[in-house]
Ligand binder design. Structure first.
Ligand SMILES: NC(=O)c1ccc[n+]([C@@H]2O[C@H](COP(=O)([O-])OP(=O)(O)OC[C@H]3O[C@@H](n4cnc5c(N)ncnc54)[C@H](OP(=O)(O)O)[C@@H]3O)[C@@H](O)[C@H]2O)c1
Length: 270
């Protein structure tokens, strides 16, 4: 019988690579992502795999009732997930006041609230299948980034929440892993961040396909924290060793190019 993984945001970027990695390992994927061309693309792409088991749901996860919609859809498709991959999320770089508070609300909702709600809703099924949860955090969870303040905060939430939840869920035989990648080229914001980081970015950035095998392998092995790539591991370790004030000054300097940016119209309107 096929094991299924629910993958949020599985139509693009890292989520797409995680979904493809599951398929390669014989795990069926139930992808939930925004209903648009990215979803159409992943349907076309997965259709090329002769033995792939997949279903897709176009759904905006921050809309009221979204979690109920996901549950109803899984029931209709007769899917009892073994894995839950909470990947959907986004960030913004720039001065704190250059992003509108409305956008911050959506970010906190998608990066944190939706993750908690889905875990809550799928817990009875995960208890039955005794599988695993993979929550998407970031290298920034333990390296707080000036100019990505709210995003950094949401990822620190994911990190601590996942580690704590892991201990609780041990009693149910459900593994909880937290994925903490460095910069991955997926979208416009990622490209902006790479530009802001200058030379360091050139050696640090990866592509989604580079990190997916370690991420899914780590989830299946029940690892607690997954930091894909040697350089990310080294930088995070250094981050724990360097005194906090010095570390934060260095990080501020690294991203200070963001100070030169003009605010977007939506943020000014407040
Ligand atoms: N890229 C990085 O450098 C990096 C590093 C560390 C952690 N992360 C984290 O990794 C995760 C994926 O990032 P990414 O860079 O791969 O992003 P991405 O390329 O923009 O993909 C995000 C995925 O989530 C979907 N999505 C966005 N909003 C949604 C909503 N409201 N409801 C349902 N689905 C939604 C997107 O659908 P559409 O494509 O249709 O918009 C897409 O499938 C995020 O949590 C991010 O914070 C990223």
């Amino acid at each position: 019988m096929v094991s299924w993984a629910v993958v949020t945001g599985g139509s693009h970027g890292i989520g797409r690579a995680l979904a493809l990695e599951c398929i390669k390992r014989g795990i069926g994927v139930a992808i939930v992502a925004l209903p648009n061309k990215d979803l159409d693309h992943i349907i076309d792409e997965l259709s090329q795999y002769p033995r792939a088991h997949f279903r897709t749901l176009g759904c905006n996860l921050v809309e009221p009732g979204a979690v109920e919609t996901v549950l109803d859809w899984l029931a209709q498709e007769r899917i009892t997930p073994t894995y839950l991959i909470n990947n959907a999320g986004f960030g913004r770089g720039g001065l704190f006041e250059h992003t509108s508070w409305r956008e911050y609300h959506v970010m906190m909702q998608l990066n944190n609230q939706v993750m908690v709600d889905l875990t809550y809703a799928l817990l009875p099924q995960l208890k039955r299948t005794r599988g695993g949860i993979l929550n998407m955090s970031s290298m920034e969870a333990t390296l707080p980034l000036p100019y990505k303040t709210v995003y950094t905060g949401t990822k620190a939430f994911v990190y601590n929440y996942s580690l704590a939840l892991r201990e609780e869920f041990r009693y149910y035989d459900i593994g909880v892993s937290v994925l903490c990648p460095g910069p991955v080229i997926t979208n416009e914001d990622g490209l902006k961040r790479v530009a802001a980081m200058g030379n360091l970015a050139k050696i640090l950035v990866t592509m989604p396909e580079d990190i997916a095998p370690e991420a899914i392998g780590g989830m299946l092995a029940g690892k607690d924290v997954i930091r894909p790539g040697l350089l990310v591991k080294v930088l995070v370790t250094l981050g724990f060793l360097i005194p906090r004030r010095m570390k934060l000054r260095l990080l501020e300097k690294l991203f200070s190019k963001y100070r030169e940016e003009k605010p977007e119209l939506e943020a000014v309107e407040q």
